[in-house]
Design a protein around this ligand. Structure first.
Ligand code: FAD
Length: 320
């Protein structure tokens, strides 16, 4: 039986990344033989989590203080030669893409990126979105396995499968020479308070229509009242109004909250591709022809500087 594998790089806090659980949810619908290649420190909690989400086997590679990509790709290449999986799924993180690219070069197999779905009926087929999500492409692998596929976050919903503790097989990286010598000397995490964009059930996002960096305080206030996270467009990130970590879209984060409130955002396709799967989209824009209204469930044609303070006032009154 062909194997369906998920590459997983531990988070900086040595936990299983949410994308791994999303990929496992998909992998176990493709077949029973689901394995994870886990790059990170050994952890019983991680094994339990991976097993609960459907991993029967975990190949564990501990990169120690070195950058994981070169060693992980070499170790994966050896395992692929031994077990011949049908498919290896990767997330979109820097580490995941680094390993996917190196493995692709080592194996001489194509890697498909930006996937939003995968099927494995009589060969692996991959659904990707191109041109900012306006065109959907279906590609079928005809090459020898494994198919290497990089998947966009939030394409699948993580759900426990009630699996037991997986078999954990420790693997060593073959000698990769200088490529394996790069050390991680320091890690820096942007300090942030409140809900994170990736997990928030409500997101309030701001664009150039806010007019100035200091006007994001208005969105912070609204977000505080709603228990929401604050996002932004690339235009305002590029302008230095808010940090890059807040960017939603093609070159930022993909989000899927229950409610997305777009304030002064035009709705360029590169932004929309990162938030179009939100449950309910509310747009506030003074231009009634702004493209954001074409995907909005509720549109308010008006000035954000007038509409948002009214909303804040109404929420305050409601909460007493
Ligand atoms: P604008 O397009 O300038 O829109 C501002 C909107 O505010 C307008 O619709 C205007 O009517 C409205 N407005 C103005 N004043 C008010 C007011 N007082 N009240 C209410 N409404 C008002 N963008 C992203 O967001 N994320 C990405 O990941 C991303 N990746 C990209 C990748 C590439 C390769 C490229 C080329 C572009 C990318 N972009 C991305 C940029 C994208 O094309 C747009 O330029 C950007 O999304 C526009 O941001 P905006 O909506 O804030 O600004």
């Amino acid at each position: 039986m062909p194997g369906y594998w998920v590459f997983s790089a531990a988070t900086s806090s040595s936990e299983v990344a949410p994308i791994t659980l999303e990929l496992l949810a998909k992998a176990r619908t493709l077949g029973r033989d689901v394995a994870v290649f886990y790059a990170g420190p050994a952890s019983d909690a991680a094994w339990a989590m991976l097993g609960d989400h459907g991993a029967a086997t975990v190949y564990h590679y501990d990169p120690g203080d070195t950058l994981p990509a070169a060693g992980a790709a070499a170790a994966l290449e050896a395992l692929v030669g031994e077990h011949a999986p049908e498919l290896v799924l990767f997330g979109m993180s820097v580490d995941d893409r680094d390993v996917a690219g190196r493995l692709s070069a080592r194996l001489g197999r194509a890697v498909l990126s930006n996937a939003v779905d995968v099927s494995a009926d009589g060969g692996v087929s991959v659904t990707t979105e191109i041109l900012g999500g306006t065109t959907v492409v279906e590609t079928t692998y005809t090459d020898d396995p494994p198919a290497l596929v990089v998947v966009r976050p939030k394409s699948f919903t993580a759900e426990p499968a009630g699996g037991g503790v997986p078999d954990v097989v420790a693997v060593q990286a073959p000698n990769v020479g200088h490529a394996g010598e790069a050390q991680v000397l320091e890690r820096h995490e942007d300090a942030s308070e409140g809900p994170q964009l990736a997990d928030a059930t409500i997101i309030v996002s701001g664009g150039r229509g806010l007019g100035a960096a200091e006007n994001f305080a208005l969105l912070d206030e609204l977000a505080g009242l709603l228990g929401a996270a604050v996002g932004a467009t690339r235009a305002v990130v590029d302008a230095g109004w808010v940090p890059y970590a807040m960017q939603v879209g093609q070159t930022g984060k993909t989000v899927k909250p229950g409610v997305y409130i777009a304030c002064g955002i035009s709705g360029a396709m590169q932004h929309v591709v990162g938030m179009k799967d939100s449950g309910t989209i509310i747009a506030i824009n003074k231009d009634q022809d702004a493209p954001i209204f074409s995907i909005a469930d509720l549109g308010v044609v008006g000035d954000v500087h007038k509409v948002v303070p009214k909303l804040v006032e109404a929420l305050r009154e409601r909460s007493g």
